[in-house]
Design a protein around this ligand. Structure first.
Ligand code: SAM
Length: 304
């Protein structure tokens, strides 16, 4: 229900309808109930069914496919996680990145396939203002801010993830594609355009934990560049005690820290009301909240 009302509504009518139907589907709920709680997320289930070629646009057909193919669905649910990699979130990072002392050494924790490590290779449209001229165009509705006028200079890019995905592996790209919501053809095109950019000049991707392995990776950043550790939609997958450990580690590094996370996941002392009832994340720099942001990078409302 929460997924339907706060995440899918107004963003994917297919997933809003499907998640409302699944919330009332005792048979599918009983099957999901046999899995650990982290494996019961709507987005994970819908992505797995899509990966297996099942229908998501008709709730009755979805029910039939899921129940009939449960062994295969369950096997994929158990090995996969929601690793959606959304290059569009670079539109939320850019205003902060462009204002930091250049050049930048970027280190993204929870990087998935590393597509957010290329904020200098995409083009942005904030309302009517364009920034950049190459790569996919990332559209973002911006309020309360003057859009950046230029791209950052990036001299190093590294990503850390428990399970880094490889944009040169068709199976990994197929999973990233299956995670994109059905009507979002613009996001699917963006994924493939961004994957081509990453494949042409791959980042350093390290398999590891964002607490245990961050200091060693940060130490590899070149001297003379501003180290920027950042993460977008990651900490909800990290247990609360490890989130605290992470914020302590990241604050101890010589550089800046950009977070884009839900406010119940990364708390801030004082926040204004969000622009509307939709689910919003908070953009922060070194722990100071700056803006409300929408999940796929489609909107930013600056309040600082
Ligand atoms: C929802 S994805 C977001 C990916 C990317 N940040 C983006 O916004 O497009 C979250 C990623 O965090 C990674 N992750 C979760 N817990 C982690 C941990 N403890 N250490 C490193 N990565 C982690 C997952 O494997 C996954 O790839």
């Amino acid at each position: 229900m929460e997924f339907a009302e706060r995440e899918a509504r107004g963003v994917s009518s297919t997933y809003e309808r499907l998640s409302l139907a699944v919330a009332r589907d005792d048979e599918v709920l009983a099957l999901l109930g046999t899995l650990p709680p982290a494996k019961r997320q709507p987005n994970l289930l819908f992505g797995v069914v899509r990966l297996l070629g099942g229908p998501v646009d008709d709730p009755a057909a979805f029910h039939e496919f899921t129940v009939r193919n449960w062994p295969a669905v369950e096997a994929e649910l158990r090995i996969r996680a929601t690793q959606t990699n959304e290059a569009g979130r670079c539109a939320l990072l850019l205003p902060v990145l462009a204002a930091l002392p250049q050049p930048l050494a970027l280190l993204e924790v929870g990087t998935s396939a590393g597509l957010c490590l290329y904020p200098d290779r995409y083009t942005y449209r904030y309302n009517d203002d364009m920034v950049g001229s190459d790569g996919p165009v990332l559209e973002c509705t911006a309020t309360g801010m003057v859009p950046p006028t230029g791209l950052p200079a990036v001299v190093w890019r590294a990503g850390l993830d428990l399970n880094p995905l490889d944009v040169t592996d068709p199976a990994d790209v197929a999973w990233l594609d299956a995670l994109i919501w059905p009507e979002h053809t613009h996001r699917r095109a963006r994924l493939h355009a961004a994957a081509a950019i990453a494949a042409a000049d791959p980042p350093l991707l390290v398999r590891g934990d964002l607490v245990d392995h961050l200091p060693a990776l940060g130490a590899q950043a070149p001297p003379g560049a501003t180290l920027v550790v950042f993460h977008t939609s990651v900490l909800y997958q990290v247990p609360p005690r490890r989130r605290t450990a992470f914020t302590e580690v990241v604050r101890g590094l010589p550089g800046h820290w950009i977070a884009i996370e839900a406010p119940h996941v990364l708390a801030h002392d004082a926040l204004p009301d969000p622009p509307d009832k939709a689910l919003h994340n908070v953009l922060s720099l070194d722990g100071t909240p700056l803006a409300w942001t929408r999940g796929h990078g489609q909107a930013i409302a600056w309040f600082a």
